[in-house]
Design a protein around this ligand. Structure first.
Ligand code: TRP
Length: 449
């Protein structure tokens, strides 16, 4: 059977934006901005996105499009079978990440349903009535396992319909919905008294905070850029392997990064006015913040349940459009290599991933451990290998591939390759070392330094 393809270039871009836009944009990004110098951090982040994020994204695109094969097979197809280990690490990472990503997706289903039916169906509970208690019940235990299963079923349902019929069709609706719903919420939030204080917290450029703390701010910006663009788990290699035409990869990468950033900024314009208007402290980052602080703020508003539905609806769509990209990485590998159908592959894998996620659904400490390993080690390690491969092994062929479909960008190509070989490589290596250090410090294995 012929390998599947995106029906259109827009479809590829939207699917990639769907993968990139997730919890990382809606919670992590606004927070990183607010606590690292506001608008000044935004500038550093943009430099990191353009100088490192997009260059690394293009490295993944180059591998995927040149080989037209899954994340492991691609390296063999390009003539370097030893490098398949790079793909294998990414593939393993995607598998691992989806197991707990789906657990969080399950919480979000629970919150979305609870916002609507919480008052009517007693066992479900209303997240706005008692946010702390609701989070306790929803985040760990048998309920969390059940909703984790529900989220996995939705993910399998989309991936089973294929690249064009499932992922492309779904993300064409999902990504614009995320933008429209967030924009609507942002407009609403701007009418709240106290919104101004929220904007000030989010956006005021605090050069002092930035310059006094560059040693932390730069890794934070680079890490956020890589995480947010869904690099390192083979997603972008896999998605690019379905590109049929000689499109300009550079403009695609720019569009993806642009929309990804735009949605992060929009999310900040929703979250901070909301929190400040209700005097909810924005200091708690992490899951507790999205799942406790936001409902606490919403509970004070007259139409809180409807707003809760829209807010958690956005988070749900964003999580789902990312989850499908992770399942697709592994599904693509199976159907490229074995004589099984896409629905069989997606369902079988979904089941295994569901089981792997059960510990995370029973105990948030497990979830944190899964996440720590994935984000601090597997992501930068797999991305580092891809970048070394593209910059130093594929080299001239990579340049040739990135320039296909471009006209007149004769200088940009070599500049990109040079960046990948040097700045990008060093930045990702640094991120990996910092990530390992963080894991060891958190695990109590080495003292903080
Ligand atoms: N980019 C996603 C976000 O911002 C998170 C993420 C990182 C991701 N790597 C991924 C999602 C790989 C899907 C696939 O929330």
């Amino acid at each position: 059977m012929a390998r599947e393809k995106w029906a259109s270039r827009l479809g590829f871009v939207l699917a990639s934006v769907g993968s990139a836009v997730g919890l990382g944009n809606i919670w992590r990004f606004p927070f990183q901005t607010a606590t690292n110098g506001g608008a000044a951090f935004l500038v550093v982040y943009l430099v990191a996105v353009v100088g490192i994020g997009i260059a690394a994204l293009l490295a993944e695109f180059v591998v995927g499009r040149r080989a037209n094969l899954n994340v492991i097979g691609a390296f063999e197809e390009l003539g370097h079978p030893n490098w398949q280990i790079a793909g294998a690490i990414g593939l393993f990472g995607g598998f691992w990440v989806l197991s707990y990503y789906s657990v969080i997706g399950g919480w979000v289903i629970r919150y979305t349903l609870g916002s609507v039916f919480g008052g009517v169906v007693p066992w479900m509970g209303d997240p706005l009535a008692n946010p702390v208690e609701f989070f306790g019940v929803a985040s760990a235990g048998p309920d969390a396992v059940a909703f984790h299963a529900a989220f996995m079923v939705l993910t399998i349902g989309i991936v089973a319909f294929g690249v064009e019929g499932g992922i492309e069709k779904a993300t064409k609706v999902m990504v614009p919905s995320i933008a429209v719903m967030l924009a609507g919420l942002a407009v609403f939030a701007s009418t709240l008294p106290g919104a101004g204080a929220g904007y000030a917290y989010f956006l005021s450029p605090d050069l002092g905070a930035l310059l006094g703390n560059l040693g932390n701010v730069i890794p934070a910006a680079v890490g956020q850029a890589m995480f947010s663009l869904s690099l390192g788990f083979g997603v972008m290699i896999t998605y690019a392997s379905y590109i049929g035409d000689d499109d300009n990869l550079g403009t695609d990468g720019l569009s993806i990064a642009f929309f990804n950033t735009l949605i992060g900024v929009l999310a900040g314009l929703v979250v901070f006015p909301l929190l400040f208007a209700q005097n909810v402290s924005p200091e708690t980052a992490g899951p507790g913040a999205v799942f406790v602080s936001v409902p606490t703020a919403l509970a004070e508003l007259p139409a809180g349940s409807i707003l809760g539905l829209v807010f958690f609806g956005v988070v749900l769509i964003a999580a789902l459009s990312s989850a499908i990209s992770l399942l697709e990485v592994v599904t693509s590998y199976l159907i490229d290599n074995y004589a099984i159908s896409r629905p069989q592959a997606a369902t079988g894998l979904g089941l295994v991933i569901f089981v792997l996620g059960i510990p995370s659904a029973l105990d948030t400490a497990w979830l944190g451990w899964f996440d720590g390993i994935a984000v601090n080690v597997v992501l930068p390690l797999s991305l580092l290998l891809v970048v070394v491969y593209v910059g130093w092994v594929l080299a001239g062929d990579a340049l040739d591939e990135v320039q296909r479909g471009t006209s007149g960008a004769a200088l940009l190509g070599p500049l990109w390759l040079w960046t990948v070989r040097t700045v990008v490589l060093v930045a990702i290596l640094g991120t990996l070392l910092l990530g390992i250090r963080k894991l060891l410090v958190n695990g109590g294995l080495i003292p903080p330094f």
